[in-house]
Design a protein around this ligand. Sequence first.
Ligand SMILES: Nc1ncnc2c1ncn2[C@@H]1O[C@H](COP(=O)(O)OP(=O)(O)OP(=O)(O)O)[C@@H](O)[C@H]1O
Ligand SMILES: [Mg+2]
Length: 271
Amino acid sequence: MSDLTVDPQQYVINKEPYYEEVNTEISLYEAAYGVRMPMMLKGPTGCGKSRFVEYMAWKLKKPLITVACNEDMTASDLVGRFLLDKDGTKWQDGPLTTAARIGAICYLDEVVEARQDTTVVIHPLTDHRRTLPLDKKGELVEAHPDFQLVISYNPGYQSLMKDLKQSTKQRFGGLDFDYPEEELEVSIVSKEAGIDVETAGKLVQIAHRARNLKGHGLDEGISTRLLVYAAQLIGSGVDAEVACSMTMVTPLTDDPDMRDTLNAAVQTFFG
Ligand SMILES: Nc1ncnc2c1ncn2[C@@H]1O[C@H](COP(=O)(O)OP(=O)(O)OP(=O)(O)O)[C@@H](O)[C@H]1O
Ligand SMILES: [Mg+2]
């Protein structure tokens, strides 16, 4: 009945992803994986959550299946559905079901975006049952012993309307993520983009100024991801001021005063 036509190997990460440990998250995650504890990674956008999951999947030598969640997503998008083909109907596993069958780490990115009736399908997988009922198909999938569920969560966007139910939250262990401290972030930006430490240092300084504006006109500070973007453009020969504007000002805000403030910070270091 169950179609294990999926080759787990296709989800295995063969090359070590570049990841700098910020705290002790690697060993803590290993311990959590050891007991197959579902994990929740919290932190602002672009601070390294996805990279961390990729790194851990590689380190633990487990396949990784990532699902980007959104509010239009239905439970069927996660668990699967019947499809029509020339021979009639055929069941197609969704990514969560595939992960449970093959023993993958299943990473539900931005899970808060999904509707609550979608989120509850993970409940039986995240307690002692470790099962996934495929109601439409009439099958109860028992999760492979290696299966683990990981979700990400950006506390910045959290509103009363969009939050996880306590009964969902309390099925996970949590790890807090944030932008790395200065020296480490400089090293990440420089390594990731292949630019000199001095230039990376200036970018991080600009980010620090912008991060102070969070809540004072900016919803989010400049992420590590945007710093890497800026550094990549500079590395490929784009004028530093232009590169910073493109990556660290324009995407962040439309407010003219705020743009002036950010551009002034860029000027201070690259003007
Ligand atoms: N600790 C780190 N080690 C190596 N690279 C990092 C680290 N933290 C951040 N980065 C860099 O920042 C980029 C963005 O990180 P990532 O995509 O993991 O963010 P995220 O937290 O998943 O963001 P989002 O919530 O928007 O999905 C990475 O592509 C990588 O270049
Ligand atoms: Mg991510």
